[in-house]
Design a binder for this molecule. Structure first.
Ligand code: GDP
Ligand code: MG
Length: 686
């Protein structure tokens, strides 16, 4: 079909229009008179429909189309869109065809299986330019092939069967005489699936339609066949759900030629709340040419006995085109300021979110810097919580108030040591000492306390408590491991690989430190077993106090039959069995009391040296070992290497990519709207 071929035939039917009339398009009421034609067209130009081109509207439509092309809707920004809905075979595609003057897949059964975005653009060159865009592809076609090209594209998007898809297909029609309009043709509503259609086809189609017509910015072009009762139309029901008052719904009544009876009454009665009004049309039938179709349409509404009675302001494709252009312009003008605002808001939201994301490392130098920063800050945190007792980074996390927790652990350990020595101090009094003395008998002068007896007793006692310091070391390092892991995780949280490596390094380091501590503690224990020494004067004082009661104790044991005797500074003891050990008793008493005085020293030493060792180890861990362990884990043999650090955590890089895409889209959109901001201002004033 070539419009220019038939243009001479139509020459005399051209409707005159002044440029002043065009300027007032925006202000004209919705039921505008038959539209005007652009006076810039060549004099022999006859459009398949009248041209409604308006210099002021066009750039705005272009902006919206560009925004649509940029997929701005993905950012949740709705664009003013004319959405064509209708029951199956109501004539949706035929209406679009009539508006565009091109062939679309038409006919019985489901033909439109994907949303078809149709961009009609007036251009003055005689040659029509058609382009299909889908799945990132752009395919140039022509009028004789467009129908087939749409079918091929539909098959690619929605498969070969009769299924549907929500991936849109864009058809750009640049043609002399078309109205500047962008519309979306949607699959027709079908109640009963035909052979080969999925069972839930109705729901699928309904979902797509709802998605398109729900936004306030959408204009619903409801296509109704004159042959049906409008109140039974599914498409009416759907549009009424989202647009109760019908303020954004326009009805196109097709097939006026097939059911002229009562049509006028139907559209004037308006039983179905169509706020933007009705337009009755007659589309192309069969292989008729567009010019013939328009002529025939004009003829029937002019001369048909019933159809001619319908007001001329609501009949014919040119009127429909005019109305749509006007509605579209009003809607764009109304919505663009909000769109511009949303674009700016979304852009700054996304930018600040992106800024909050950790910087992506792009070079080894950056990675090393980040790495050093992490180590320095982790060390500083550790110093604060483990050595200085500053908890500002973990105000509410008591587990990380480490100095306090460490003192608590040390106190518990000390208490356990105490409890151990207090056990059984009164029962079986001196029995152990007596048996040791029996075994340490040598040929020599009596009344000397044999040192070996004392050492044997000491070794036994130290051995009995040795599990306590070892257990304490275990507890402390397990706790420190949790603390260290928490601190390292926190500081390396932005660098996935580094996080893994530092955690591993932390684990290895703690294991090493724990091993070293255990060795040291066992040494402490061995040292205590080996030598009995202290320079602490408390020992002497304590011992003297206890030993001074020896004589009176021995006298009491043998001079009375009391089962228990009180020793000052020691406690009450059972003495019943002691009466048989007359000879060894004074020595046994001395042994016990020397040990009692000395054990207090040992006990304190086991706590004190543990505390000092702990502080020393923690400081060494932070100041020396930590950094070298992490460096070794990353850079040493078998390490992952600094390059690995450049890899982001998968979820982080996904998020960053998404944000960057979004920002790119919004920036481009911002540029697109920036150029027409002043025009919007003029429109808003209209
Ligand atoms: P869709 O399923 O809503 O897209 O409907 P189509 O545009 O494919 O049209 C369905 C059938 O109705 C086709 O055979 C068209 O030729 C026919 N049709 C559409 N509009 C008219 C009209 O105004 N008059 C007549 N007589 N037939 C029409
Ligand atoms: Mg269709």
């Amino acid at each position: 079909m070539n419009p220019s071929k038939s243009s001479s035939k139509m020459k005399n039917k051209k409707i005159a229009g002044s440029s002043d009339e065009r300027e007032t398009i925006m202000d004209s009421p919705i039921t505008a008179p038959v539209p005007v034609e652009n006076s810039k067209e060549p004099s022999n130009f006859v459009a398949p429909i009248v041209s409604c081109f308006n210099d002021r509207i066009r750039p705005l439509i272009d902006v919206v189309d560009k925004l649509r092309h940029l997929n701005i809707m993905k950012e949740g920004i709705q664009l003013p869109t004319i959405v064509v809905v209708g029951d199956q075979s109501s004539g949706k595609s035929s209406v679009l065809e009539s508006l565009a003057g091109i062939s679309l897949p038409r006919g019985q059964g489901i033909c439109t299986r994907v949303p078809l975005i149709m961009r009609l653009q007036q251009h003055s060159a005689p040659k029509t330019e058609l382009r299909l865009e889908f799945n990132g592809k752009s395919i140039v076609t022509d009028e004789s092939h467009v129908s087939e090209a749409i079918n091929v594209a539909t098959e690619e998007l929605a498969g070969h069967g009769k299924g549907i898809s929500n991936t849109p297909l864009t058809l750009e029609v640049r043609k002399n005489g078309v109205p500047d309009l962008t519309m979306v043709d949607l699959p027709g509503i079908t109640r009963v699936p035909v052979h080969g259609q999925p069972e839930n086809i109705y729901d699928q189609i309904k979902d797509i339609i709802m998605e398109y017509i729900t936004p306030e910015q959408s204009i619903i072009l409801n296509v109704l066949s004159a042959t049906v009762d409008f109140t039974t139309c599914e498409s009416i029901r759907m549009s009424q759900v989202v647009d109760k008052t019908g303020e954004r719904t326009l009805a196109v009544v097709t097939k006026a030629d097939r059911a002229p009876e009562g049509l006028m009454e139907k559209v004037t009665a308006d039983d179905v709340n169509i706020g933007l009004g009705y337009v009755c049309v007659r589309n192309r039938i069969g292989e008729e040419s567009y010019e013939d179709a328009r002529r025939e349409e004009a003829r029937i509404f002019e001369s048909h006995q019933l159809l001619s009675k319908i007001d001329k302001s609501i009949v014919g494709i040119p009127v429909l085109a005019q109305k749509l252009v006007q509605i579209q312009a009003t809607s764009i003008a109304k919505n663009l300021p909000d769109i511009v605002r949303s674009i700016n808001e979304k852009l700054s939201e996304n930018l600040s979110e992106l800024n909050k994301l950790p910087k992506n490392l792009t070079s080894n130098a950056e990675a090393v810097t980040a790495f050093m920063r992490i180590i320095i800050s982790a060390k500083e945190t550790l110093r604060k919580i483990l050595l200085r007792g500053e908890f500002d980074e973990y105000l509410d996390d008591k587990n990380m108030h480490c100095t306090a927790r460490l003192v608590e652990m040390l106190n518990r350990y000390s208490e356990k040591l105490n409890q151990f020595s207090e056990n059984d101090s009164g029962r079986n009094f001196l029995m152990e000492e007596l048996s040791i003395l029996e075994e340490s008998k040598t040929i020599g002068l009596p009344n000397f306390l044999p040192r070996t007896a004392f050492l044997v007793l000491l070794q036994r006692k130290v051995k009995a408590v040795s599990s306590l310091p070892i257990g304490f070391v275990e507890t402390i390092w397990n706790y420190l491991e949790n603390v260290l892991t928490a601190v390292l995780t926190k500081h390396s949280s932005n660098y996935h690989q580094l996080q893994l490596s530092t955690k591993r390094a932390g684990h290895v380091l703690i294991a090493k430190m724990k091993k070293r501590s255990l060795e040291r503690v066992m040494e402490f224990v061995e040292m205590e077993k080996l030598t009995d020494y202290t320079c602490n004067p408390e020992y002497g004082t304590e011992r003297n106090k206890l030993i001074s009661q020896q004589e009176s104790f021995v006298k009491q044991v043998f001079g009375s039959s009391a089962p228990k005797i009180m020793i000052k500074g020691y406690g009450e003891v059972e003495v019943g069995e002691l009466r048989q050990y007359e000879y060894l008793l004074p020595q046994a008493y001395d042994l016990r009391m020397t040990m009692t005085a000395y054990w207090k020293i040992v006990q304190k030493r086991l706590v004190d040296c543990m505390a000092l060792h702990l502080e020393y180890s923690i400081k060494k861990l932070i100041d020396e070992e930590l950094a070298s362990e992490i460096v070794n884990e990353i850079l040493g043999p078998g390490g992952v290497g600094i390059e690995k650090m450049l890899e982001e955590a998968p979820n982080l890089s996904l998020k960053r990519d998404k944000l960057n895409r979004s920002i790119g889209r919004l920036r481009e959109s911002k540029e697109v709207v920036a150029n027409i901001l002043d025009r919007i201002a003029t429109f808003v004033g209209c």
